[in-house]
Design a protein around this ligand. Structure first.
Ligand code: PEP
Ligand code: MG
Length: 758
């Protein structure tokens, strides 16, 4: 049964056209379940009704014609209740509505289940039978599972259909909703990039250029052969057992007589090379997975692996052939921080990421670079939107593909207003962040994510509140040496020699990995991350600390910050290592006249909830606290900051987060510890306003927002901010907080900071 279910779901997901896939699936379900009728109704939310779109058993003439209101009939009831309905004799049910045109008079038994994606009912799947009987529990379970499995493909197809339907007609103004990754608006053609090649993401497409497709496939096979030979010879130096035979197996499969032949045949039938590959590989995988022999079943993953490598080599050709347009919006399944870094100087106007959420590091980097970004656009169809004009609204998290003339006009206007606002706030960049009633705080800089930080001085920062050291570790093939690190840190310390620079020790793990130090874990955000890694590898930690201290010689503006602290032992151990580095360096270095090695101040990040209950003990050990609100939100709410499925649950405005932030501020005052906040909340006008009121005296943010936040602070009284905070602390959910704060910002004339337009 499981194999049948997977086969049906898989074939459905491969379908290019939704109606064709639906027609096929109803017949398959009818056969597998040995029933008399299977149908699918699709929801039309605008018209508030379901449309019968596919059926094997009901009258063909009613397809696309028969509609059932959302509150009508048995289908309506399934949709309304959002649960399956299993009835032995449908005609006797109080909700049964007789629709003669569908010709269902002979059917008695009815089982309907909703097809739901992300809480939205997309349609209803029904099976019917002449014999009056309840469907068994197994039958019900089968149909419910199938509906859940096809829901995601249907949601994708829904977006596809919208895009295809509107292509060329220039009348599309319906938004695809994601979450805001970085504020601002942008309009440019989309450039789709496929970094993570996976056959599962390939949509089936035909091509007229058979020769070209054959040539592409042949090239990919050659490259794949080379890859395998190279891998095998590299590995031979390390291992010499039968495990290397796998490469021979792969190469044989690739041969013209085997898999390669079948793929070529599919190409000859008019499929694009990628599609032909997918069709053949998926079929093999299914066959292998259905085998009884465990060893042979395992081979399914080898075939998938081979397929993905071929796909990689196919797509590598297209990427190589591709020119980056002058101006574009980047769209990828998962936009990574390094992709943003790669394209930032090449006409990148905006970012759309199918996966990820507002606090993925790619989004943080986009904010640092002032590039609008929309994240978690689950339903956007990657394959069909390449090169189409697109508008992204980074405030509302909306994406408009192939927009109407009216929408283009409206957004041109909003884009012009956005640049006028940026221009206007620039005037206060160098002025103090002082409220109307004279309360002053410091606006510091979050740096390290992109290579340029010098320009940030002109952004008006009082220093660096968070220098993330991960990125310099990322763009390399091995850990940087002490000297390399020293040179880099020196540049940063010198650029801000008049002010303090808080450097955070290496915080990899989670969504930041090093190519030469892979960490594969089921729960990376709860795993080996930040200080946990560096304490387990003192050689890496000591090297970094030594490099920082050497860079600080003669300047003395360095502070060291420890990420992901979750207990006191970690602080003790880290301080011990920092002291060790200090004493060793003191004895090793030959100082120039008047030079001494300074032992920098040491602080910790407050980002794991456990430390909220140990602030007093921690206060006696360190020189400062800096709240990492991005992770604190993630860990307090148990919401992965990177997961688009739960993106709507991730909010630093959740009352629990705000109350925690308020408690931290109070306790830091009580225990006399300098406090700052370096999470993204500080870069948001509403967030900065609340933090100001709570008593945070240092806010560290991305360069783009310094002038904006200063503008906000300079246009409000501290007493007013405190009143707003008191009210906010009485709310019971994030939505109320948001609405109230947006209202207050509008009242203060600051609405342009939280939505498009002045
Ligand atoms: C945070 O967690 O708030 C933070 C500033 O660090 P990062 O976003 O790099 O985890
Ligand atoms: Mg963090």
């Amino acid at each position: 049964m499981l194999t049948k279910l997977r086969r049906i779901a898989l074939e459905f997901s491969q379908g290019n056209e939704l109606d064709v896939a639906l027609r096929r699936i109803v017949t398959q379900i009818k056969q597998v379940m040995k029933t008399d009728c299977c149908s699918v109704y699709l929801a039309d939310h605008q018209k508030q009704h379901f449309v019968l779109v596919a059926s094997d058993g009901l009258a063909a003439s009613s397809l696309g014609q028969t509609t059932v209101g959302f509150t009508e009939g048995l289908v309506g009831l399934v949709g309304q209740r959002e649960e399956p309905l299993n009835i032995a004799n449908a005609k006797l049910h109080s909700h049964f509505v007789h629709a003669p045109e569908v010709e269902e008079d002979e059917f008695n038994a009815f089982l309907g289940t909703p097809i739901i994606h992300q809480r939205k009912v997309l349609g209803v799947l029904t099976i019917q039978q002449k014999q009056a009987r309840f469907f068994t529990e197994n039958e019900e379970a089968f149909i419910v599972t199938l509906a859940a499995q096809i829901a995601t493909s249907m949601a994708h197809s829904e977006a596809n259909a919208l895009i295809v339907q509107n292509q060329g007609q220039h009348q599309w103004s319906t938004a695809i909703q994601g979450v805001s990754g970085s504020s601002g608006v942008a309009m440019a053609p989309l450039m789709v990039v496929h970094p993570n090649v996976d056959l599962a993401d390939i949509a089936l497409r035909k091509s007229n250029e058979v020769t070209l497709q054959q040539q592409r496939f042949t090239n990919a096979v050659t490259s794949t052969h080379h890859d395998f030979s190279r891998m095998a010879s590299q590995l031979k130096e390390i291992i010499s057992d039968q495990s290397l035979d796998i490469f021979e197996f792969y190469k044989q499969l690739l041969d013209k007589a085997n898999l390669g032949k079948e793929i070529s045949e599919k190409i000859a039938q008019g499929w694009m090379a990628e599609s032909a590959l997918k069709l053949v590989i998926d079929n093999y995988v299914l066959q292998f997975e259905g085998l009884d022999d465990e060893y042979l079943r395992e081979r399914a993953s080898d075939i998938k692996d081979l397929g993905n490598r071929l796909l990689f080599n196919l797509q590598a050709q297209s990427i190589g052939e591709r020119q980056t347009p002058d101006s574009f919006i980047l769209l990828a399944d998962e936009v990574t921080a390094s992709m943003v870094a790669e394209y930032q100087h090449q006409g990148l106007q905006g970012i759309v990421s199918v996966r990820g959420s507002s606090n993925s590091h790619a989004a943080i980097l986009a904010r640092a670079l002032a590039i609008p970004a929309v994240m978690g656009v689950e339903r956007a169809a990657l394959s069909k939107v390449d090169q189409l004009l697109c508008i992204i609204d980074g405030y509302s998290g909306e994406l408009f593909v192939d927009p109407s003339e009216a929408l283009i006009h409206e957004y041109q206007h909003l884009i012009a207003e956005e640049s006028a606002l940026t221009e206007k706030v620039r005037a206060v960049a160098q002025l103090p962040a002082q409220t109307l009633d004279g309360h002053e705080i410091e606006c510091l800089l979050n740096a390290g994510l992109s290579s340029g930080f010098e320009h940030s001085k002109s952004a008006g920062a009082n220093g660096i509140g968070l220098y993330r050291t991960e990125i310099p570790f990322m763009h390399r093939s091995c850990f940087p040496s002490e000297l390399e690190q020293k040179v880099l840190y020196r540049q940063v310390l010198e650029a801000f020699s008049e002010s303090t620079v808080t450097m955070r020790t290496l915080d990899v793990g989670g969504d930041k990995s090093l190519p030469y130090f892979p960490i594969l874990e089921d729960n990376p955000f709860l795993g080996w991350r930040g200080i946990r890694i560096t304490l387990d590898h003192p050689e890496i930690f000591l090297l970094q600390i030594r490099a920082m201290m050497r860079a600080n010689l003669g300047l003395g503006n360095l502070e060291i910050m420890l990420p992901m602290i979750s207990n006191l032992d970690e602080v003790n151990d880290a301080i011990r290592l920092i002291n060790q580095a200090y004493y060793e360096l003191s004895s090793e270095l030959i100082f120039e006249q008047g030079q001494t090695l300074v032992r920098p101040k040491i602080g910790i990040m407050i980002e794991v909830p456990s430390v909220l209950f140990q602030l007093e003990e921690l206060a006696s050990k360190v020189d400062f606290f800096s709240v990492g609100s991005n992770d604190l939100t993630q860990y307090l709410l148990a919401v992965d900051r990177n997961n688009s499925r739960v993106a709507s649950l991730y909010s630093s405005y959740h009352p629990a987060v705000l109350r925690a932030l308020n408690v931290i501020a109070k306790q830091a005052r009580q225990f006399n510890v300098p406090l700052s906040l370096c999470g993204e909340l500080a870069s948001e006008p509403a967030g900065a306003l609340l933090l100001l009121a709570m008593g945070y005296d240092k806010l560290s943010m991305n360069p783009h927002n310094i002038a904006r936040i200063k503008w906000v602070i300079r246009h409000i009284e501290m007493t007013n901010a405190q009143k707003i905070l008191q009210r906010v602390l009485t709310f019971s959910n994030a939505k109320q907080v948001h609405n109230f704060l947006n209202e207050q910002l509008e009242l203060l004339g600051l609405g342009g900071f939280v939505r498009a337009g002045m």
